[in-house]
Design a protein around this ligand. Sequence first.
Ligand SMILES: *Cc1c(COP(=O)(O)O)cnc(C)c1O
Length: 400
Amino acid sequence: MTGKTRKPATRLAHLGSDPARFAGAVNPPVFRASTILAPDLATYETDNRQRFEQGETVYGRFGTPTHRALEQALTELEGGADTLLYPSGLSAVVTALMTVLNSGDHLLMVDSVYGPTRKVCEGTLKRMGIATTYYDPTTSTEALKTLIRPETKAIFLESPGSMTFEMQDVPGLTATAKAAGLTVLMDNTWATPLHFQPLRHGVDLSIQAATKYIVGHADAMLGAVTANADWAKPLRATTYELGVCPGPDDAYLGLRGLRTMQVRLARHAETSLALARWLEQRPEVDRVLHPALPGAPGHAIWARDFTGSCGLFGVVLSRAYPRRAVGAMLDGLELFGIGSSWGGFESLAIACYPQSQRTVSRWEAPGPLLRLHAGLEDSGDLIADLDAGFQRLEEAAEAG
Ligand SMILES: *Cc1c(COP(=O)(O)O)cnc(C)c1O
């Protein structure tokens, strides 16, 4: 039986593991190293790349066996040729873009993208002479074609969209992009490689904010990019040139998190759907933005392309509740924390303001948007917490 025919749960338990090499340790241990001594001058003077390709550890910045174990595990899961690790998800996004784009190039960026990714386009990329055009996340492939210019080099996807959870037609958009000779990048953080493999749908570079479900415990920052055969070497070269590398402790926490990712995700998904179904029925709720919820926007695409979901989803409130009322609701929650990021074991709730973060697609909603992360707590307890929250919301709204 080859590794590729085994089910994800089995692969997660064994990927990147090499006990015989590490004194029997089941998980490769943390290697703290900068200098790696060569046995002799001739070896030291051999080209780094050649030594690396022979599996040698060359220098701390190029990664230790701890890094390599997680890289290899993610390469297998994403179905790619190589994976590089980064000190954050955003650093993974930036390095992938810098690998692909040159001065004078034009980038197509989804309008519902993660906010800091948009900032990179408006900041560093613009300064370097790279122009960005945003496109509607639900754009048709025909409409996309009209945005492609002679200097368009790449298109960036994120599905579902940050905060607003629009599902993109990844196979359709990728086919159009490829026909026009574009390189395709995708932020795959929501699905993780367990529930969607972008490279199998024609994407060239798949990006993970491993800070979220791969680390899974809200205690480390980490990013990853998996490239197909065309982009594996340029990605490694750009990463080494830019000098970005996470510490070995964080790489270790990523591999350790990966071991339990399937059971955690199954529970996150089950709880988020239980909350979504309950929220759908509430008078304070206009709609629930959860692609795995039947009837929710984008559900058909989700059901066609993805094999699972996670704990993160959105809730649009039914009327223009004042900010003070939303504050009363969220501030009083006992189990949902108010904070950035997601993917840890704990539940989170924030208010989002999509209109301030998009330029070509309109965000229409009768009331405020909340983003919830269903953690690993009991779903009944979470629902009771939200129920009390809705009471505070209404009371504060009535108080005028
Ligand atoms: C959090 C996040 C990132 C950035 O990850 P960090 O590790 O916080 O830098 C990128 N993309 C998406 C979709 C995210 O949610």
